[in-house]
Structure formats: C-alpha cells, structure tokens
Design a protein around this ligand. Structure first.
Ligand code: ADP
Ligand code: MG
Ligand code: MG
Length: 878
C-alpha cells in the first residue's frame, strides 16, 4: 500500500498526534489503556494536506480506505451503516495536532434518513424512543445543513424557537416526539428551500460530504484567525475522526457532560464539570439549558459517576497533566468521547504545574516546559483596586468564567466592540451568549458578559484562551439585544454605559472601578525561579522612565537593552528647547539650546541608573526624524518665534523644510549625529556625567555605560560619530578623575549593516538587533502601513503571521545569522542582543537562543514571558 491514510482507534496511540491529530491520538490512547471508547477510525492529517493538494478533492485511495474503516467499524460494533435492522450512526469530528476548540466542525447522528428513522421506530415501541429518534434526526439535519452545506444555523434555530413558542414550552426537552417529527420535516423543507435540492439520504454520500466538510473547515476564516493568534501552521491540516454515536439524548437514563480533572480557572485539584440529562453533544457548551454541576451526577447516575472518577484518575496518572474530558452516558453506561490536556487560565497553569511537581508527576524542567509563556500576560494585568472593590456593591453575579478585572463601556455586538475599540474606547461586550463568529469582537473587549451558558460555554472557553476577563451565565439579566439595553439589579444599562466585571468571583458592578497592578509572588515566583535556572539568554527590558525600569526589574529584567532617548524630550520645557535647537541655523545657537537640555537629560540618566541598581543600560541616541518634534499649532509656532526673535513665517518655513517624503528612510538615526554632532556630544556628556555621579555615590555598583548609535549602514558612518562620542566621554572621565569604562556599539537595523557586519564590528563593542526597522527595511514595507494589505496576504496564504509580531526567521533571521557570524569573526568579544518587539515573542525568543545571542530586550510586561520562553528555548535547544 502506497499510503496509509486511515487508522482504527486500535492502531493508533498518543505519540501519533501529528498524524492523527490530538483528538484521534487520544481516542486511540484511551482505547489502548482500556477506557470505554466507541470504536471508530481516524483519517490522517496527511489526507487533509492531500485533499488541498488535489485541488480540494478527496481522492479515491483515501475514500476507499475510509470505506474500509467503515467496514471495520461495522464489524467491531455489530451494526451496519444505512441498515434498516441495526443501523450504525456515526459522528464525524475534526481534530488537529493542536487543539482548536470550537474552530472546526463536527456532525453528529450521521447515517439517518427517512427509512432508517422509520425502521428504528418500528423496532422499538417505547414512545420515548420515538422522541429520541426524531430528536436525533432533527439535530442531524440541522448540523449537516450548517456544517456541510453552509446553510446558516439561524434558520433552524428560528424554526425551533417558533415551535417552542407555538407549544408554549421553554426548553427543547419539553418538545414531544410529534413536535420533533414535524421539526425534522420543516428542516428538510428549509434545506430544500435554501439549496434547491433534496436532503441527501444515502449514508455513504452523507459521510463523504461530511469528511470533505471537515477538511474544508481547516480553511474557514475563524480557524485561520485562531491559528494566527496561536502560532499554528496552516500546513498541519486536520484529521477526521469517524466513530459510532452513543446517545446522551436517548432517555432520562442518559446524558452528556464535559469535565476537567482540576479547576481550569484556579488550578485547584478538584473535579470540575457540567452535565446535562437527556442531551447530546454541544448542548452543554451551547448554553441550550443551564447544566448541573458534575457532582450532582453522583445522585443521578451513581455507577457511571463512580466509573468516571476512576477514569479521571487513570487519565491523570497516564498523561501527568490536568485533563479536559467529554463523555456521554447512554442507558447509565459511561462512554469517553475525548480527552486532552485541558486549557487553563494563567494562575491555574502555574498552580497545576507546581502541584504536579509536588505530587511527583513532573520534574521542575517539565513544569517549566508545560506553561504557555503567552499566558503569563494575563497575570501581569491589573486587578481591581482592593479598596475600591470593597467600597463597591455588586449589582449581580454570574459565573467567574475567566479571571481578571475588566471595566469598560457596554456594547452589544462583536462588530461594535471592534469599532469602538478601534477608536480607542475600552468596551465590555454583553451578549445573550457568544458564538464563534464573535471572536474578533471578543478580542477587542476588556471583558465579556453573557446571560446564558456555563463554565464550559463558548464565551468561557474562548475568553480563558485569550486571557480576557469573562463572567458567563448571568441569568438575572433581562437583555434586549435589538434595543441595545439590559436590566440587572434594578438598573437599566444602555450602550456606552460603564460596567465592571470581576472574572474571578463572577460579580458585576455598576460604573467603573479603579484597577491596580498584579502581584508576582507564590507559584509565579516558583516557576520563574526554575525558569531562570534553566535559561542561557539574558533578559533585559526596553524602558525610558525610572517607573518603567523599576517595574521591569520587579518583573525580572536584568538591565535595559534599549533606552529610547527621544521619549525623554516631550515634556513642554524640554521640547521647547529641542525646537529651538531644530530651528537654529548655527552650530553656536544649537549648542546653546542643547546646553539647556543637558541638565534634564543628565537627570534622566541618573534616575535610570539609580533605578537599575548597577544593572547595565544601553542608551540609544536620538533616532526619529526631527520634524516629529516641530511645533504643530499656531500658538506653539508663535511661542517659538517670539523666544528666538524671528517671525512666525520663518519658523513655518523651517518646519516645512524638514518635511520628508519618506521619513522612516529619511534624516534620522545616526544621520542626525553626522549632520549635527553637537547632539551626540550633548547626549554623551549627559550619559557619562550621570554614570560618574551614580558610580561615585554607589561604589559597590559597576556602571559601564553602553552607548548605542542607531541606524548605521556603513562603518565610516559609525566611525565618524564614534569619534565625537569618544572624545567627549574621555574628556568628561579625565576631568572627573575616575576610572569609568564605557562601550560604544550599534544597532543592526539596516540590511546593509548586516551585510557588512564584519567591517562594522571592528568599530562596535556590541550589536543590538533592532528588528522592527530591520523587518521593515528587509520586507520593504512600513509597519504603519502594512496593516492595510497584510490581511489579503494572510487570506492568500502568502504570509501566515505579521512579521512585525513574529520574527521572519527565513529572511530577517538569515540577515541576523549572517551579521552575527561576520561580526564575531572580526570582533569575537562583542556582545549581542535584540531589542525589537520580537524580544518578547516566545517563538522569536527561541530562535534568538539558537542564534547564540546574549540577551533579548522587551517591554516590561513581556519580561516574564521572555524569561519563560528563554528557559523553554534552552530546554528545547538542548
Ligand atoms: P469540539 O472539538 O468542538 O469539541 P467534538 O468533535 O468534540 O467537537 O464534538 C462535539 C461534541 O459532540 C462532543 O462534546 C461530544 O459530546 C459530541 N460527540 C461527538 N462524537 C460523539 C459520539 N460518537 N457520540 C456522542 N456524542 C458525540
Ligand atoms: Mg470536543
Ligand atoms: Mg530603529
């Protein structure tokens, strides 16, 4: 056989995740360790890739092997597909390598048609059974139409709502067999009405279409967005799992549930989950009815519950991690339908990792490896100010579905959330319940509040994944989504009103409550200490204020990798003098204006050195084009003109002269120092004098200024500027009679600098990769404009990620590698760092570890992420 495209659950195991997808590999593994799994088969992820290679067609070989799988499954289960006596019904489920909850599609009860339905009913006189058959039938038509034929769910939901209204009942379970039969007819009619063809009745035809739909769902827009957010390559593809149905909707001795072996919100070692009697599949997560807590299952189904507890223990001991499980009880008997390492909040992830080490399941190294660095972000975000929270009275309470604090203006649709957020408003999205289409709007929100749905509802799962605060299932809310208003606790809220949510307690507050910084002790510290013991890369921060510096140091920064001096000039007094310098025509006048700036700049650096307590700091000299600082308003111009004794027109003329067609590639970076060396001289005086002052006051610290010249593309350029820097610095040091060492290095951010790094390295004590500019200039598009067309590039699969967020290892990475090799060849002692956005992106950090950089530098809140990512990189690259 050329290719094996299909594996039965008895042939696979958990090591085959890449081929079988997570769901398929775990179904096989559960089979192997003797857990009750309905026996089916998996069509491989390679078959999915093949499907796309074949121009979105399932080729005959794959289909033939799938049919062999069906034959195997029929034998294994003693039922036959499409049979009138003993029909086999199946589910067709997607399952990629990495779990992508709710992103792709599942079809349940496949294999039903009018004849099978009639035969099933004829074979069992129990009226409850008839109800079950029609319930399954209408579900199948609905899911098949939605998922396979892309007829919107809403048409069917409207029909259900209408039926419930006509019958005067509240829940689906209150509909009778006759009602459901009628619904099934209505659904088929709707199908025909929408598509112009009859609903397909041949089970094999149904199966083929369903498999295709799952492959196709790999490329649906929400899956594409999810993959981009979660670094999942498009090339992986999804597997398809086909397995016999077990029926939680059979009767009141049946049901379906979702559970976690530990609490995914807090990490507490205690079974958590939800269960619905007489229900199927998505009912629990879709918020159709509010489910019961799992513990209550003990009273309803004692045997199945006891067995389930055993399964939980077996699975944890087997996978050594918290498990997320889906199961069904059919006629009191338990069946396992899925297990995976459960998604969890950041605090839960830390607690579980620490507990697993204490329980002997994991080594500290494994504990560090199991935490997703991107998750840490949420821990570092503000919580409610304790005093402000105490003073506030909650007006309602839902489920604390995803922790953190959120405060913002109320919006009622995902589109509004996006729109309001785009114009700078903080919003809280309030919905009856969310659905996968809402995902971008959820991302744009500070918090999410839903009326329906439990801890495992769509809103809850997605919000936890994104680290966004969420309160779900607040049934007290009377919402009118059309009119954009709701009432809660006696208040009526309209669009734009402020509301605050506590995603940990589930409490809801009127108005906006003050928030405060998060704390970084306990489990966080334990994991971080382990991480620090494994990592080789240093982690610095990008900061230019003492407050940011202190915060970054608290978060573990080992120094400053990038201090952007231009940010220090925006204070009114300072910018005025900077403007005087810009508008001046002579060296003397410029020097005079700069001398006014010197004390400020020196004060800045002193405060920074003090905040750093002896840790290193790389100071980058003035970088942006000067016109960024020019006066903008008439008033500012008049002010400047008066002060300088020139006319407003002269000021305007000077500002106009500074206009550039392409400022990012204009008069900026070291080009400023080449034209106006006095700027570099002033900055040197400021750095060196500050360093001397702080060094004298703190003899136990070693202060060694690192001066970084930006935007160098030619060694002579660096040499020219460096001469002024060294002359000035040496004179200052000599005058102070102190032995102070300093370094002069450069940023590598122009491709030419990378290409000629061997020459530049002769003049540089260090290189720091400025990958924002390097990316911009390597790709030839600016990061401020790329947003306009990158979406089209994602859609066309030309790029999978934003190269400004995730380092382009193929192109930009190659330039970096070249620069390092060339640089080290002529200056083996130089040190190397990176200070672009990428310094805080986990996959880029791993790449930098591989390149052998000495440190990464990132924004303060990303420091813990970089520390953890660096540890994981060291573990992976070992
Ligand atoms: P997702 O990946 O979105 O969770 P699944 O493929 O797990 O989608 O299916 C969704 C739900 O359908 C599951 O929670 C499970 O309860 C139900 N389901 C899937 N297959 C079967 C089956 N063979 N028998 C009964 N229920 C099933
Ligand atoms: Mg599932
Ligand atoms: Mg730059």
């Amino acid at each position: 056989m050329a290719n094996k495209w299909v594996y039965t659950f008895k042939e696979g195991n958990m090591t085959m995740r890449n081929l079988l997808g997570g769901k398929g590999a775990n179904l096989a593994e559960m089979t192997e360790i003797g857990l009750p799994v309905p026996q089916g088969f998996t069509i491989t992820t390679e078959a999915c890739t093949q499907y796309y290679e074949d121009g979105r067609k399932i080729n005959d070989e794959i289909m033939a092997q799938a049919m062999e799988g069906v034959a195997w499954m029929e034998k294994e289960n003693g039922k036959k597909f499409g049979d009138l006596k003993n029909p086999l019904l199946v589910s067709v489920r997607s399952g990629a390598r990495a779990s992508m909850p709710g992103m792709m599609d599942t079809i349940l009860n496949l294999g039903l048609n009018d004849d099978v339905v009639a035969a099933m009913i004829a074979g069992n006189p129990d009226p409850k059974f008839e109800r079950f058959v029609y319930d399954s039938y209408r579900r199948f038509i609905q899911m098949f139409s939605d998922v396979v034929m892309e007829v919107g769910k809403k048409y069917f939901e409207q029909l259900i709502d209408k039926m419930k209204a006509d019958r005067g009942v509240k829940f689906d379970v209150d509909l009778t067999a006759a009602d459901l039969k009628e619904l099934a007819e209505q659904f088929k009619a709707e199908y025909k009405n929408q598509l112009g063809t009859e609903f397909p009745s041949d089970p094999v035809e149904q199966l083929k279409l369903a498999i295709e739909a799952v492959f196709r769902s790999w490329d649906n827009p929400r899956a594409n967005v999810y993959r981009r957010d979660n670094d999942i390559p498009y090339s992986w593809g999804t597997a398809v799992n086909v397995m016999p149905m077990v029926f939680g909707n059979l009767n009141n001795e049946s049901g379906t549930g979702v559970a976690f072996t530990r609490d995914p919100a807090t990490g507490e070692n205690k079974l958590m989950g939800e269960f619905l009697i007489n229900a199927q599949g998505e009912d629990v997560v879709a918020g159709v009815r509010t489910p019961m807590p799992i513990a209550q299952m003990e009273q309803e189904f004692p045997e199945a519950y006891a067995e389930f507890l055993k399964v939980c223990e077996t699975l944890e001991n087997h996978y050594h991690d918290m498990q997320d499980m889906e199961f069904t009880v059919e006629n009191k008997k338990l069946y396992m339908l899925q297990c995976r390492n459960g998604k969890r909040t950041a605090p839960a992830a830390l607690k579980i990792a620490c507990d697993l080490v204490d329980e002997g399941h994991k080594t500290p190294e494994e504990a560090v490896a199991m935490i997703d660095p991107r998750n840490l972000d949420t821990l570092l975000h503000p919580q409610f100010d304790a005093a402000a929270l105490k003073a506030a009275t909650p007006i309602g309470k839902g489920l604390g579905a995803s922790p953190g604090a959120a405060c913002g203006k109320i919006v009622f649709t995902a589109e509004d959330a996006e729109e309001w957020n785009a114009r700078g408003e903080k919003v809280v999205l309030v919905r009856l319940e969310t659905s996968p289409e809402d995902i971008t709007g959820m991302k744009a929100s500070q918090g999410i509040l839903t009326v329906r749905g439990g801890m495992t509802s769509h809103a809850a799962v997605v919000a936890r994944g994104m680290g966004t605060c969420c309160v779900s299932g607040c049934g007290e809310i009377k919402i009118n989504e059309e009119k954009k208003e709701f009432t809660l606790g006696g208040h009526t809220f309209h669009e734009g009103d402020y509301i605050s949510l506590d995603g940990t307690t589930g409490k809801i507050y009127n108005g906006d409550i003050k928030t405060q910084e998060a704390s970084v002790g306990g489990n966080f510290k334990r994991i971080m200490d382990w991480a620090d013991s494994f990592r080789k890369l240093g982690v610095r921060t990008n900061a230019d204020t003492p407050a940011d510096t202190k915060n970054a140091v608290k978060l573990g920064a080992e120094g400053i990798g990038l201090c952007r001096t231009e940010h220090m000039f925006f204070d009114p007094e300072r910018i005025h003098n900077l403007r005087r310098m810009i508008v001046s025509d002579t060296v003397e006048a410029r020097e005079e204006a700069l001398s006014k700036l010197l004390p400020y700049q020196k004060g800045d650096f002193k405060a920074m050195y003090k905040a750093l307590e002896g840790r290193p700091m790389t100071v980058r000299y003035l970088d942006p084009p000067l016109h960024e600082f020019t006066p903008k308003t008439e008033e500012e111009m008049a002010d400047l003109a008066k002060d300088m004794g020139i006319t407003v027109d002269e000021v305007k003329k000077k500002c106009d002269e500074l206009h550039e067609f392409n400022p990012m590639m204009g008069h900026r970076g070291c080009r400023l120092a080449v034209t106006y060396p006095e700027i570099a001289k002033m900055q040197t005086r400021a750095v060196i004098r500050a360093a001397i002052k702080v060094q004298k006051a703190h003899p136990d610290w070693t202060i060694k200024p690192e001066i970084m010249i930006p935007l160098v593309g030619e060694v002579k350029e660096l040499k020219y500027v460096k001469k002024f820097v060294v002359e000035t610095a040496d004179a200052e040091i000599a005058a102070a009679g102190i032995d102070l060492k300093y370094e002069v290095g450069t940023m590598i951010e122009i491709p030419r600098a990378a290409l000629t790094a061997d020459e530049i390295a002769k003049e540089a004590d260090f290189f720091c990769f400025g990958t924002n500019d390097l990316t911009q200039m390597t790709f030839g598009f600016s990061r401020d404009d790329a947003g306009k067309f990158l979406n089209a590039y994602y859609d066309a699969k030309i790029y999978e990620n934003d190269p400004f967020a995730k380092l382009d290892q193929t192109g930009v990475g190659k330039l970096m590698k070249m620069a390092i090799e060339l640089g080290k060849s002529s200056n083996p002692n130089m040190h190397l760092g990176i200070c672009g956005e990428h310094g805080g992106d986990p996959s880029s950090v791993e790449f930098c570890d591989g390149l052998g950089l000495d440190y990464v530098s990132c924004s303060p809140f990303r420091v813990p992420i970089a520390r953890l990512a660096a540890a994981q990189a060291a573990i992976n690259n070992k």
